[in-house]
Design a binder for this molecule. Sequence first.
Ligand code: TYD
Length: 206
Amino acid sequence: MFITFEGIDGSGKSTQARLFSDWLTKKYSNKKILLTREPGGWMGGELLREMVTDGTLKHQWSEAYLFMLDRCEHIAKVIQPALDLNADIVCERYHDSTLAYQVWGRGLPLEVFDTLALESKFPVPDITLFLDIPPALAATRVAIRGNIDAFESEGIMFMSKIREGYLLLAKRSPKRWITIDVSHGTVEEIFEVIIDSILTRGYFND
Ligand code: TYD
């Protein structure tokens, strides 16, 4: 199974993705479980990650091309080999981040990225967990965490546009997307909701 975690900055994706991959590892001791992320989940990806998050790129399309390049290499070097081994993959951010951030956030055309994903044969996730949070609350969490990158410093309006994008993407593929309200509850409570929704949909019931 290929499971992705999506959400605006400060939605708690890293924590929940890690808890979920730990849960899978415990449940299936004889199966390979891979926890990875974009941008930067492959050798060389960290350099690329720095380029897009330090805010120095000038051309309107540079950022989008870098994320797409990052994804292509991540798929070829990490995701596809794991899928070939029948592993379960938990990936923090994936192509839907490009759709939400570069299309709804930056205003680039959706059709281009839909076409590129098809032509580049990007594997489609089986489940996408969208951790939904009001942008103002997420901004408070990001501010507390510190280490603010170029996207996080764009502000609440930018994050609101991205959230709108995620909500529309969830509507577009309701079978794949599971929206989780993470505006209240402890980390453990939210994790329980995630597991419940996954089991309710008939996944990982064995
Ligand atoms: P992320 O790993 O979520 O940052 P952090 O670990 O600092 O929370 O990703 C860095 C930023 O890149 C994040 O603000 C979202 C953005 N991003 C895009 O704009 N497009 C993409 O395709 C991806 C994968 C990320």
